[in-house]
Design a protein around this ligand. Structure first.
Ligand SMILES: Cc1cc2nc3c(=O)[nH]c(=O)nc-3n(C[C@H](O)[C@H](O)[C@H](O)COP(=O)(O)O)c2cc1C
Length: 355
């Protein structure tokens, strides 16, 4: 199969995310700064706890999403099929990675559509980058991408840090909001807007909501550093920056971004004035208590990317299922210890800062 620039880039992202440590260096997502108020009288039987919810019109066993990661090259067929298998077993949702390559030609279309070979029951959403959205004249390319995976939703990723540091990055972000407004009106499924690890601020959330966006994934700092991924991608084998692609490679940007918990708190204040808006917490989620804390701060769902990819590479579907079983138990355990029978009850729990 012929590889295109976009398909080889998508492969490199997976390879670097697995082979190198692309976590934030110093900054954390911030979950360790907060605690639940323990409830010694939960007045619940553990079996009463029900973490089920719904997303994009479909039922979910717990409020959990595998974040957009891959597609658009040959090996992505296996990854997306396995991720869809996990979602089908656990009854959770997933996003496919950027579908930009699928607009270039159809040779890797199966790397996206394979998710529907597994099941039509799970909520699945499509994905494209902000720079592509800025170029849209009409919604027809995005409608084709939605069709390709029978998507229940469609995500746009805002990634200025990545584009700034990417050797071949597109730093023209003029017109992104206009493109978002166009899509909100023209596509038949909900539009999700997400960052990829630098966070959404309250001001950006408000502008998105004013443009008609109803689902925001804060994707904050503290997990995968996309500045880190692109800094490493831009280096030759001997560790030097490729000359012909000299742009910006300052290590100083490695930890750029709003920690997830701070982004989440800010966006949820904006959300409280717009009750129809749903918020996804992601960026550095590393256990079921992080998921529970996200919900207590007002998120409706939590999502994760690189830890899932690593588990899949280490032990296949079984290993990801083991990780999710553990996180599910931790979420349910936290709901029990805070007297939260349902997700709605968990969303009302008080958080206290750790001193
Ligand atoms: C290998 C890899 C590829 C990714 N590709 C995409 C993508 O195509 N589109 C997108 O919106 N986000 C992409 N992301 C970003 C994730 O969806 C997520 O927002 C980010 O990694 C933060 O989550 P984490 O800390 O749990 O990894 C990718 C992440 C990883 C690890």
């Amino acid at each position: 199969m012929k590889t295109t620039r976009t398909s080889s880039r998508k492969q490199q992202h997976i390879d670097i995310s697995l082979a190198k440590d692309v976590s934030f260096c110093v900054k954390t997502a911030g979950f360790e700064r907060w605690d639940f108020l323990h409830n010694a009288l939960p007045e619940l039987n553990l079996s009463d706890v029900d973490p089920s919810t719904s997303f994009l019109g479909k039922k979910m066993a717990f409020p959990f999403i595998i974040s957009s990661m891959t597609g658009g090259y040959a090996d992505a067929i296996k990854i997306n099929r396995q991720l869809a298998e996990v979602c089908a077993i656990k009854k959770i949702a997933m996003g496919v990675g950027s579908q930009r390559q699928a607009l270039e030609d159809d040779q890797f279309h199966r790397s996206f559509s394979v998710v529907r070979d597994v099941t039509s029951d799970i909520p699945v959403f499509g994905n494209i980058g902000a720079a592509e959205v800025a170029k849209l004249r009409d919604a027809s390319p995005i409608l084709r991408l939605i069709d390709l995976i029978h998507a229940d939703g469609f995500a746009i990723h805002l990634n200025p840090v990545q584009e700034l540091l990417q050797p071949e990055g597109n730093t023209n972000f003029r017109g992104v909001l206009a493109g978002i407004e166009l899509l909100v009106k023209a596509i038949p499924v909900p539009l999700i807007v997400k960052e990829i690890g630098a966070g959404i601020s309250p001001n950006v959330a408000q502008r998105l909501i004013d443009s008609g966006v109803t689902i925001i994934d804060v994707a904050g700092a503290g997990g995968t550093s996309w500045a880190g991924v692109e800094i490493l991608r831009g280096k030759n084998k001997d560790g030097k920056r490729k000359k012909q692609e000299m742009r910006l490679n300052s290590q100083e940007f490695w930890d750029w971004g709003i920690p997830t918990i701070d982004a989440l708190r800010g966006v949820c204040i904006v959300k409280s004035k717009s009750s129809w808006v749903k918020v996804i917490s992601s960026g550095g989620i590393s256990n079921g208590i992080d998921i529970a804390k996200s919900l207590a701060f007002g998120a409706d769902y939590a999502a994760v990317a690189r830890p899932i990819l690593k588990a899949l590479a280490n032990g296949g579907v079984k290993s990801v299922l083991r990780l999710f079983d553990k996180w599910e138990c931790e979420l349910i355990g936290t709901m029990f210890l805070t007297g939260s029978r349902s997700i709605t009850a968990l969303q009302k729990q008080q958080m206290i800062p750790r001193v």
